[in-house]
Design a protein. Sequence first.
Length: 422
Amino acid sequence: MLIGIVVLLPYVTGCSLFPRTQADAQPNSPGSKQGETSTAVEVAIAKTELLEKPVEYTGKTEPVQKVDLRSRIEGRLLKLNVDVGDPVRKGQILAQLDDTLLLTSVKEAQAELAALQSEVARAKAQVGNAQATAEQARLELEQAKVDAARLQTLWKAGAISKQEAELAQTTAATAQQNFQAAIKQINTEQQAVAAAEGRVKAQQAIVAQNQERQSYALLASPINGVVLSRIEPGNLITPGNEVLKLGDFSSVKVIVNVTDSKLADIQPGESVTMRLDALPNDFFPGKVTKILPLAPQGGLQVPVEVTIPNNNNLIGRGLLARISFTPTTQPRVVIPATALEASGEREGGGEGERGSNSNLQSGTVFVVIDEGTETQVKARSVQLGDRTNDKIEILSGLKPGERFVTRSGAPLKDGDRIRLSI
């Protein structure tokens, strides 16, 4: 955790040289040896922090996904089973439209299907009849062939006349023609069956289509989410009309506008932290999911989308969110510029300046040590880093937890006795 330097209190009127310091400052006890020969100082404990606190960008929370539940048919909205703010489950029936006309269409299509199926049954019966006729013709053909052969033998033997033999041959030829006609009739009837079955399949598709259209009268949720908006029952709905708007709050997204000068430090996948005014004591981790390609017309800010997991469903829609991006620098010991002035040094650079190109790259800080009943200072050389807003980073020379002088009534030198100002 990043902990800041103890904040210096403002001056107050009174007989003391400096105002009362933080909890670290302790007044001398009566009878102290330091007396008038000691220098009044203010003291702080060295702690690590970021030189500049991360900038927070504001935005509003929105569901990670929005779904418009629209009607696919025309009809009057009979019933809505949910209201705005209600949670919904995937597959849950949320609304019902009037399906009277659709139900009628389904019944008519089913009746037509039944008639066509009866037609198929009749066509198949005709096939059976044709097959029976063909079998009878086959038997007659075989008998006619036998009779013709027998009479031909008798004619050759002189037992019967030639006319009788020729009549038997004619009967056999006729039986052959009858058999072939019966076979053709079978094929004709089978084709009729196939045509009737084709009409049945087409009608089955119409029935299925009408049943599917009827199912559109029930609107089911495609996601797990929350109802964001709805229309009122009783309205006449046409195909494409929005009935409900749903939001997926398994995660939430926030779009913040970032200045183009800061954009170079932000990349998709980078970690962020979100605070909510509605939940001031909670911090929510997330990631950058998208940097929109274009800034608003005429602006110098670029929209950045961040996504925050919402595992406990604590985050709702439209909450004021404060987003801070992961700092690119590491926390270091930071001291006020007045700590260098205690040694007579003065840091260059004005208010708000940041960088390592100021006058001083090293300096002296006075560390507070206790020697018996006396409190003294030890001059410590420190390496200076970046600086801004009258604060300076310490790269080396001062460790967290050490006490150091932040302000002195007079220039100090190594070994000086001090007293903590009241």
